[in-house]
Design a protein around this ligand. Structure first.
Ligand SMILES: [Zn+2]
Length: 291
Protein backbone atom coordinates (compact mmCIF):
# COMPACT_ATOMS: atom_id res chain seq x y z
CA UNK A 1 0.00 0.00 0.00
CA UNK A 2 1.30 3.46 -0.89
CA UNK A 3 1.86 5.72 2.06
CA UNK A 4 0.48 8.82 0.35
CA UNK A 5 0.95 10.92 3.48
CA UNK A 6 4.66 10.23 3.40
CA UNK A 7 4.82 11.09 -0.31
CA UNK A 8 3.12 14.38 0.26
CA UNK A 9 5.20 15.44 3.20
CA UNK A 10 6.97 18.72 2.42
CA UNK A 11 10.71 18.55 2.16
CA UNK A 12 12.28 19.62 5.46
CA UNK A 13 13.83 23.07 5.30
CA UNK A 14 15.63 24.93 8.08
CA UNK A 15 14.97 28.64 8.45
CA UNK A 16 17.47 31.31 7.59
CA UNK A 17 17.94 33.44 10.67
CA UNK A 18 18.66 37.20 10.64
CA UNK A 19 19.46 38.94 13.93
CA UNK A 20 19.35 42.74 13.58
CA UNK A 21 20.81 44.89 16.37
CA UNK A 22 20.03 48.60 16.32
CA UNK A 23 22.99 49.84 18.32
CA UNK A 24 22.03 52.04 21.31
CA UNK A 25 18.35 52.16 20.32
CA UNK A 26 16.10 53.01 23.23
CA UNK A 27 12.72 51.35 23.61
CA UNK A 28 10.91 54.69 23.93
CA UNK A 29 12.77 56.05 20.88
CA UNK A 30 11.45 53.12 18.88
CA UNK A 31 7.88 53.78 20.10
CA UNK A 32 8.14 57.52 19.39
CA UNK A 33 9.24 56.80 15.81
CA UNK A 34 5.98 54.87 15.23
CA UNK A 35 7.57 52.49 12.73
CA UNK A 36 5.21 50.67 10.39
CA UNK A 37 7.40 47.83 9.16
CA UNK A 38 8.78 46.17 12.28
CA UNK A 39 5.41 45.11 13.63
CA UNK A 40 4.87 42.89 10.59
CA UNK A 41 7.08 40.46 12.52
CA UNK A 42 4.99 40.46 15.68
CA UNK A 43 4.25 42.36 18.85
CA UNK A 44 6.80 45.01 19.88
CA UNK A 45 8.06 44.09 23.34
CA UNK A 46 9.85 46.02 26.06
CA UNK A 47 12.83 43.92 27.08
CA UNK A 48 16.10 44.28 28.98
CA UNK A 49 19.66 43.94 27.82
CA UNK A 50 22.09 41.82 29.85
CA UNK A 51 24.78 44.50 29.43
CA UNK A 52 25.11 48.27 29.21
CA UNK A 53 27.41 48.51 26.21
CA UNK A 54 28.22 47.02 22.85
CA UNK A 55 30.91 44.35 23.32
CA UNK A 56 29.53 42.34 26.27
CA UNK A 57 26.01 42.75 24.95
CA UNK A 58 26.92 41.26 21.57
CA UNK A 59 28.79 38.42 23.24
CA UNK A 60 25.64 37.67 25.18
CA UNK A 61 23.45 37.87 22.08
CA UNK A 62 25.80 35.51 20.26
CA UNK A 63 25.50 33.05 23.13
CA UNK A 64 21.85 32.87 22.12
CA UNK A 65 20.66 34.85 25.10
CA UNK A 66 18.54 37.59 23.60
CA UNK A 67 17.29 40.53 25.70
CA UNK A 68 15.27 39.21 28.65
CA UNK A 69 11.81 39.92 30.06
CA UNK A 70 13.03 40.42 33.64
CA UNK A 71 10.75 37.64 34.89
CA UNK A 72 9.95 37.25 38.59
CA UNK A 73 9.73 34.07 40.64
CA UNK A 74 11.86 31.95 38.32
CA UNK A 75 15.43 30.71 38.58
CA UNK A 76 17.79 32.16 35.97
CA UNK A 77 18.72 28.66 34.78
CA UNK A 78 15.05 27.86 34.12
CA UNK A 79 14.60 31.09 32.18
CA UNK A 80 17.69 30.38 30.05
CA UNK A 81 16.41 26.87 29.30
CA UNK A 82 13.05 28.25 28.22
CA UNK A 83 14.79 30.89 26.09
CA UNK A 84 16.84 28.30 24.20
CA UNK A 85 13.68 26.35 23.29
CA UNK A 86 12.64 29.39 21.25
CA UNK A 87 15.43 28.54 18.80
CA UNK A 88 13.25 25.67 17.54
CA UNK A 89 10.81 28.25 16.21
CA UNK A 90 13.53 30.61 15.01
CA UNK A 91 15.45 27.94 13.12
CA UNK A 92 12.57 25.69 12.11
CA UNK A 93 13.86 22.79 14.21
CA UNK A 94 12.31 20.46 16.79
CA UNK A 95 14.91 19.24 19.19
CA UNK A 96 16.99 22.27 20.21
CA UNK A 97 17.45 22.81 23.92
CA UNK A 98 19.97 24.46 26.19
CA UNK A 99 22.28 21.45 26.16
CA UNK A 100 22.45 21.55 22.34
CA UNK A 101 24.66 24.63 22.80
CA UNK A 102 26.98 22.91 25.30
CA UNK A 103 29.93 23.10 25.70
CA UNK A 104 30.80 26.08 23.48
CA UNK A 105 27.69 28.10 24.31
CA UNK A 106 28.03 30.12 21.13
CA UNK A 107 25.23 30.47 18.58
CA UNK A 108 27.42 30.82 15.43
CA UNK A 109 29.34 27.66 16.42
CA UNK A 110 26.13 25.75 17.02
CA UNK A 111 24.68 26.91 13.70
CA UNK A 112 27.83 26.32 11.69
CA UNK A 113 29.08 23.07 13.18
CA UNK A 114 25.92 21.29 14.28
CA UNK A 115 23.29 22.57 11.84
CA UNK A 116 25.42 23.33 8.77
CA UNK A 117 24.57 27.03 8.46
CA UNK A 118 26.59 29.63 6.64
CA UNK A 119 27.33 32.25 9.26
CA UNK A 120 27.91 35.94 8.56
CA UNK A 121 28.49 39.05 10.64
CA UNK A 122 28.28 42.62 9.37
CA UNK A 123 29.26 45.03 12.10
CA UNK A 124 29.10 48.82 12.23
CA UNK A 125 30.93 49.57 15.49
CA UNK A 126 34.73 49.21 15.66
CA UNK A 127 34.61 47.41 19.03
CA UNK A 128 33.15 44.52 17.02
CA UNK A 129 35.98 44.40 14.48
CA UNK A 130 37.13 41.07 12.95
CA UNK A 131 40.21 40.89 15.22
CA UNK A 132 38.06 40.57 18.34
CA UNK A 133 37.25 37.26 20.01
CA UNK A 134 33.64 37.60 18.85
CA UNK A 135 34.83 36.66 15.36
CA UNK A 136 34.56 32.94 16.05
CA UNK A 137 32.73 30.41 13.86
CA UNK A 138 31.82 32.94 11.19
CA UNK A 139 32.25 32.18 7.49
CA UNK A 140 32.47 35.91 6.87
CA UNK A 141 32.88 38.72 9.41
CA UNK A 142 33.05 42.33 8.27
CA UNK A 143 33.46 45.68 9.89
CA UNK A 144 31.52 47.81 7.45
CA UNK A 145 33.20 50.75 5.70
CA UNK A 146 30.63 53.13 7.10
CA UNK A 147 29.39 52.97 10.69
CA UNK A 148 25.90 54.07 9.70
CA UNK A 149 24.67 52.33 6.56
CA UNK A 150 22.39 49.33 6.99
CA UNK A 151 21.42 49.50 3.33
CA UNK A 152 25.03 48.72 2.37
CA UNK A 153 24.68 45.47 4.35
CA UNK A 154 21.56 44.43 2.45
CA UNK A 155 23.46 44.71 -0.83
CA UNK A 156 25.81 41.97 0.34
CA UNK A 157 23.30 39.52 1.74
CA UNK A 158 22.77 36.30 -0.18
CA UNK A 159 20.74 33.22 0.69
CA UNK A 160 21.97 30.26 -1.39
CA UNK A 161 19.52 27.36 -1.27
CA UNK A 162 22.00 24.57 -0.50
CA UNK A 163 22.44 25.63 3.14
CA UNK A 164 20.56 27.89 5.52
CA UNK A 165 22.17 31.26 6.34
CA UNK A 166 22.63 33.17 9.58
CA UNK A 167 23.33 36.89 9.63
CA UNK A 168 23.99 39.20 12.54
CA UNK A 169 23.72 42.85 11.50
CA UNK A 170 25.02 45.46 13.95
CA UNK A 171 23.34 48.65 12.69
CA UNK A 172 24.93 52.01 13.55
CA UNK A 173 22.44 54.68 12.42
CA UNK A 174 20.92 54.65 15.92
CA UNK A 175 24.34 55.08 17.58
CA UNK A 176 25.80 58.51 18.40
CA UNK A 177 25.85 60.84 16.46
CA UNK A 178 22.59 59.33 15.09
CA UNK A 179 23.55 60.28 11.53
CA UNK A 180 21.91 58.97 8.38
CA UNK A 181 24.23 57.79 5.60
CA UNK A 182 23.65 60.83 3.40
CA UNK A 183 24.36 63.41 6.14
CA UNK A 184 27.74 65.09 5.59
CA UNK A 185 30.21 64.36 8.41
CA UNK A 186 30.80 68.09 8.93
CA UNK A 187 27.14 68.51 9.89
CA UNK A 188 27.12 65.85 12.60
CA UNK A 189 26.31 67.28 16.03
CA UNK A 190 28.97 67.57 18.70
CA UNK A 191 28.48 67.42 22.43
CA UNK A 192 30.84 70.12 23.64
CA UNK A 193 32.48 70.50 27.04
CA UNK A 194 32.48 66.85 27.85
CA UNK A 195 35.54 65.20 29.28
CA UNK A 196 37.02 61.83 30.15
CA UNK A 197 35.19 59.04 28.38
CA UNK A 198 33.37 61.64 26.30
CA UNK A 199 36.60 62.43 24.49
CA UNK A 200 36.17 59.05 22.89
CA UNK A 201 32.76 59.76 21.41
CA UNK A 202 34.13 59.47 17.92
CA UNK A 203 35.64 56.13 18.78
CA UNK A 204 32.13 54.91 19.47
CA UNK A 205 32.85 54.41 23.17
CA UNK A 206 30.12 56.59 24.52
CA UNK A 207 28.88 57.12 28.02
CA UNK A 208 29.33 58.45 31.51
CA UNK A 209 28.13 61.02 33.95
CA UNK A 210 28.32 64.72 33.24
CA UNK A 211 29.98 66.04 36.40
CA UNK A 212 28.65 69.05 38.25
CA UNK A 213 31.61 71.37 37.67
CA UNK A 214 31.07 70.98 33.96
CA UNK A 215 27.39 71.72 34.25
CA UNK A 216 27.82 74.85 32.16
CA UNK A 217 28.45 72.56 29.24
CA UNK A 218 25.42 70.45 29.99
CA UNK A 219 22.95 71.52 27.37
CA UNK A 220 19.64 69.69 27.70
CA UNK A 221 18.32 71.26 24.51
CA UNK A 222 21.20 69.75 22.64
CA UNK A 223 20.59 66.38 24.26
CA UNK A 224 16.90 66.58 23.35
CA UNK A 225 17.94 67.24 19.77
CA UNK A 226 20.14 64.16 19.90
CA UNK A 227 17.20 62.09 21.13
CA UNK A 228 15.11 63.44 18.24
CA UNK A 229 17.89 62.41 15.89
CA UNK A 230 17.73 58.85 17.22
CA UNK A 231 13.95 58.86 16.62
CA UNK A 232 14.58 60.05 13.04
CA UNK A 233 17.13 57.27 12.59
CA UNK A 234 14.54 54.66 13.58
CA UNK A 235 12.02 56.17 11.11
CA UNK A 236 14.64 55.94 8.39
CA UNK A 237 15.51 52.35 9.34
CA UNK A 238 11.84 51.42 9.14
CA UNK A 239 12.21 51.89 5.37
CA UNK A 240 15.48 49.97 5.17
CA UNK A 241 13.98 47.08 7.13
CA UNK A 242 11.16 46.96 4.59
CA UNK A 243 13.84 46.39 1.94
CA UNK A 244 15.27 43.61 4.13
CA UNK A 245 11.82 42.01 4.30
CA UNK A 246 11.58 42.11 0.50
CA UNK A 247 15.03 40.60 0.14
CA UNK A 248 14.85 37.57 2.41
CA UNK A 249 13.53 34.22 1.14
CA UNK A 250 10.30 32.73 2.41
CA UNK A 251 11.79 30.60 5.17
CA UNK A 252 13.54 33.38 7.07
CA UNK A 253 13.07 34.23 10.72
CA UNK A 254 14.03 37.74 11.81
CA UNK A 255 14.73 39.21 15.25
CA UNK A 256 15.15 42.99 15.65
CA UNK A 257 16.37 44.39 18.95
CA UNK A 258 19.04 46.65 20.51
CA UNK A 259 22.25 45.88 22.38
CA UNK A 260 21.50 48.48 25.08
CA UNK A 261 19.71 51.80 25.46
CA UNK A 262 21.04 55.35 25.66
CA UNK A 263 20.83 58.25 28.10
CA UNK A 264 20.00 61.75 26.93
CA UNK A 265 20.66 63.77 30.07
CA UNK A 266 18.49 61.83 32.52
CA UNK A 267 20.01 62.18 36.00
CA UNK A 268 23.15 63.68 34.50
CA UNK A 269 24.00 60.82 32.19
CA UNK A 270 24.69 60.76 28.49
CA UNK A 271 25.31 57.76 26.27
CA UNK A 272 25.82 54.23 27.54
CA UNK A 273 28.52 52.03 29.05
CA UNK A 274 29.66 53.00 32.57
CA UNK A 275 26.10 53.86 33.55
CA UNK A 276 23.68 52.23 35.96
CA UNK A 277 20.29 53.46 34.80
CA UNK A 278 17.04 51.87 33.73
CA UNK A 279 17.15 53.45 30.28
CA UNK A 280 20.51 51.95 29.43
CA UNK A 281 19.12 48.43 29.86
CA UNK A 282 15.62 48.92 28.44
CA UNK A 283 15.48 47.82 24.78
CA UNK A 284 12.87 47.15 22.08
CA UNK A 285 12.36 43.60 20.82
CA UNK A 286 10.35 42.06 18.01
CA UNK A 287 10.71 38.81 16.10
CA UNK A 288 8.90 36.50 13.76
CA UNK A 289 8.60 35.05 10.30
CA UNK A 290 7.01 37.10 7.53
CA UNK A 291 5.73 34.28 5.36
ZN1 LIG B 1 26.20 49.32 21.35
Amino acid sequence: MIDWKFDQMPEYKANNYVLVIFDSCRYDTWLAAEPKTFKKLGEIEQRWSYASWTAPSHYNLLMGLLPHESPKNIYASEYYKKGFLKFNERLGQQDIEFKSFVPQLFLPGFLQKKLGYRTHAMMSLPVLNPRTIINTNFDTFRLMDSHNDMRAMLKEMTFPEDKPSFYILNVGETHYPYALPDEPRGEWPRVSGVHGVFKHLDDHMVGGKLVEQEEKFFDQNKLNQLKDRQIEAVRYLDGVVEELFDLVPENTYITITADHGELFGEEGYFGHGPIQHNKVFEVPFVEGKLR
